[in-house]
Design a protein around this ligand. Structure first.
Ligand code: ADP
Ligand code: MG
Length: 462
């Protein structure tokens, strides 16, 4: 508002400073030009006998030209006669001395001009020597009030314009400032709400300007925080639920074990189930810890060459032990010696989650193949099974945390694929799952580098 005011007034002040003095100078000059022309004309016609005719001549000229006429006759540098609009009197040399214009005209014998202020009024005067009369000088004096009235007019108009500009600047400035202030305050309230954990009310501003863009950024932040907040709540709810189920079951078995009349085989059965629940809890606790580290970005990773062929072998060996005589068959198909870049333990952990799925979510008798290969800068480890696969309606969600496509008891907490994917993402890779009835392939996609190509690793790492 202040800036608008200063600009408006500054512009007017500059206009005033440029226009008014120039206009005034021009008008005064024009008046002086006209007076000079008149005074020369009068000087050329001054009557010969000044004592008798000068008075009526001066009066006549005065009426005709509208200007005051004074005729000086200087004898021996003394003015003899002084006529002012009919008043005739003999003046003294002082009269000549007093008037600078007359003095200069007498001295130079040329027309001289000037302005003076008398009784608060400005006058223009021109003194011209009479052409053929050595000692006579005619002075014409006229008020500058009329010609300068247009200057007054311009001044008044400029001041009026200034006042109007001032008013407009005030109104516009105030309106603009208060509108912006209102929008900023609305954004501020939105920020406060977000800071206070209320994410339901969107931050809106329909403006197209920077404030509008800021509000847009706020809104994106709010939406993202809302999602994060929802994910956090869901995570806590899911995690507590997952923890509670085995804990309840453990509590139930403990009570049953208290029964004195329990026969030995039943007791052993109970203890076995309890051990399984404890294993499940331990696994869940480890998974949750990994997830929280992944979320906080505090997962420590070793960067080392990982030979996928040996990873596949370790997985197959573990798998055979787990599968037992259940009837799952496993083959390892290694194509070359792909070397990935990452943390071997974490690659094993992710691979284990995939193998676990191929074991848990397929019926006995299923064939499972673990393959490894490399393609340019990418190394692959895939686990394929010919089980029933994931139903299409679930396929899009299997990588979500706690998401389970089947509700069979063998299922884990739904964290396996989520952790596998996040772990490999931390190593710059990915996990993909292609599934249809009869064929499911889960693949670890990992980075490799030319530095870890076979030729170089041969001597160093094997
Ligand atoms: N090889 C597979 N065959 C069939 N279903 C699978 C396979 N792998 C994953 N799934 C489905 O995807 C879901 C998510 O897998 P995962 O994240 O490992 O959780 P969990 O194994 O703990 O249930 C599983 O519940 C399962 O229904
Ligand atoms: Mg699993």
């Amino acid at each position: 508002m202040l800036a608008l005011l200063v600009v408006a007034l500054g512009a007017l002040a500059v206009a005033y400073a440029i226009v008014v003095p120039r206009l005034e100078a021009r008008l005064v000059d024009a008046k002086l030009d006209q007076l000079e022309k008149d005074s020369r004309l009068v000087a050329a016609n001054v009557p010969l006998d000044l004592t008798t005719e000068a008075q009526s001549f001066a009066e006549e000229v005065s009426n005709e030209r509208g200007a005051r006429v004074v005729i000086y006759q200087v004898v021996s540098r003394r003015p003899l006669l002084l006529l002012i609009r009919g008043d005739s009197r003999v003046g003294s040399s002082l009269d000549v001395e007093r008037n600078a214009v007359v003095r200069r005209a007498v001295a130079t014998r040329r027309s001289r001009r000037g302005t003076l202020i008398k009784e608060d009024q400005r006058f223009a005067e021109v003194a011209s020597p009479a052409a053929n009369r050595q000692a006579v000088v005619v002075l014409l004096r006229d008020s500058l009030v009329d010609p300068l009235s247009s200057v007054q007019f311009v001044k008044r108009r400029l001041i009026l314009a200034g006042l109007i500009a001032l008013g407009v600047a005030l109104i516009l400035g105030y309106a603009g400032a208060s509108m912006h202030a209102r929008r900023i305050r609305r954004l501020e309230r939105a920020a406060d709400r977000i800071a206070g954990g209320e994410f339901d009310e969107p931050a809106v501003d329909r403006g197209n300007d920077e404030l509008g863009q800021l509000a847009g950024a706020f809104e994106r932040m709010r939406a993202r925080l809302e999602n994060l907040d929802r994910a956090r709540r869901e995570f806590i709810a899911n995690a507590s639920h997952e923890l509670r189920t085995p804990l309840f079951s453990l509590g139930g078995f403990l009570e049953l074990l208290d029964d004195e009349e329990l026969d030995e085989p039943t007791r052993r059965e109970f203890v076995k189930t309890m051990r399984e629940q404890v294993e499940r809890l331990t696994k869940l606790a480890t998974d949750l810890l990994d997830l929280s580290r992944l979320d906080a970005g505090r997962l420590r990773l070793e960067w080392e060459p990982v030979e996928l062929r040996s990873v596949a072998q370790v997985l197959a060996d573990e798998f055979r032990v787990l599968a037992g005589p259940g009837g799952h068959r496993v083959d390892v198909v290694a194509d070359g010696d792909p070397v990935a870049l990452g943390d071997e333990l974490r690659v094993l952990q992710a691979g284990r989650a995939l193998v676990d799925n191929a074991l848990v979510h397929t019926p006995p008798g299923t064939r499972i193949a673990i393959r490894t290969w490399a393609d340019g800068a990418t190394a692959y480890l895939s686990i394929a099974d010919d089980g029933p696969g994931v139903p299409p309606e679930h396929a899009a969600h299997v990588f979500d945390r706690f998401y389970r496509a089947s509700s069979d008891l063998a299922s884990g907490s739904g964290l396996g694929l989520a952790i596998a994917r996040e772990l490999t993402a931390a190593m710059g890779g990915n996990v993909t799952l292609e599934t249809r009835a009869g064929q499911t392939v889960a693949t670890l996609v990992l980075r490799t580098t030319p530095a870890f190509s076979r030729e170089q690793t041969d001597g160093v790492f094997t």
